[in-house]
Design a protein around this ligand. Structure first.
Ligand code: MG
Length: 286
């Protein structure tokens, strides 16, 4: 099953996607959100007869983030070997995890705003795990699939100057408004194998990243189990699982994003998302 949210910013409605059509399910659940998922929204929709509900072509409305206001965005850094090499880092012995302000999550095709003064805004295609039920202190990685709702595409936009040179935690370069487009839909865990998916990112029509999730250093189940040792995971929480080789930081010299570009981000079996970049100053002085 594919789940998504459609409509203008702030008034998105929950849908289930079948082929090219979206089925509005807001007569059955209020939203795809932590609260609704905790109250069994997914199981209710799974059992419901959707045939009589209103439908619309998927491309007839804006898509929002497939989860409304996730309560956490947790990221795994340095999780593909060739990406570790391009950053000059050492291979981590345990997953590197960091947080991203959840408010920076936007819809899959919304604009990415380059922050004031930024000269090092970078792209990162990532497979995102979406949590389906509370997970804390899992005993082993084999338990993880029970706690995963599904998978989606995440663009973990990163400002390298603030991330790396401004001291302290990476969160400084990761949380600017619009810095995490997510979507287009969540493909539920029962309908996709996350361990062998091509993932790619293209800037202005040029492929920059092209890899496969079978190159992950720490796999999906390991990541969920591992993070649950340090914090409680809740339905709708997003885990960005790391980005492969080919980020702008890895070029000699680095090649970063600027306003007026188009970033396409895709994962096999999930789809693709498209973001335009826009300079913050153009928002102030259109
Ligand atoms: Mg990342």
């Amino acid at each position: 099953m594919r789940i998504a949210r459609m409509g203008a910013i702030g008034s998105e409605r929950p849908v289930v996607i079948e082929g090219d059509e979206a089925i509005f399910v807001d007569s059955l659940i209020k939203d795809w959100s932590r609260q609704e998922l905790e109250q069994g929204a997914f199981d209710r929709i799974k059992k419901a007869n959707l045939s009589t509900l209103p439908r619309t072509p998927v491309n007839s409305y804006r898509l929002g983030s497939p989860i409304n206001r996730p309560t956490k965005v947790i990221c795994v850094g340095l999780n593909y070997l060739k990406h570790i090499a391009e950053t000059g880092a050492e291979t981590p012995k345990e997953p590197v995890i960091f947080m991203k302000a959840p408010d920076c999550v936007v819809g899959p095709d919304d604009d990415i705003v380059i922050p004031p003064g930024s000269t090092a805004t970078d792209y990162e295609v990532e497979l995102a795990i979406v949590i389906g039920k509370r997970a804390l202190y899992l005993e082993n990685p084999e338990q993880s699939p029970d706690y995963i709702l599904g998978y989606t595409i995440s663009q973990d936009v990163s400002e390298r100057h603030w991330q790396i040179e401004r001291s302290g935690q990476w969160v400084k370069g990761k949380s600017f408004p619009t810095f995490n487009p997510i979507g287009p839909s969540i493909v539920t865990g029962d309908s996709i194998n996350p361990h062998n998916l091509r993932l790619w990112c293209e800037v202005d029509g040029v492929i920059k990243q092209d890899s496969n999730t079978d190159d992950l250093l720490f796999g999906i189940n390991h990541i969920v189990w591992y993070i649950s040792q340090f914090m409680e995971l809740f339905p709708g929480d997003i885990i960005n699982t790391g980005t492969p080789f080919g980020v702008g930081l890895g070029f000699k010299p680095p090649v970063y994003l600027h306003g007026g570009q188009v970033v396409r981000t895709g994962i096999e079996g999930i789809g693709e998302i498209t973001s335009k970049t826009i300079d913050h100053k153009h928002l102030l002085n259109p």
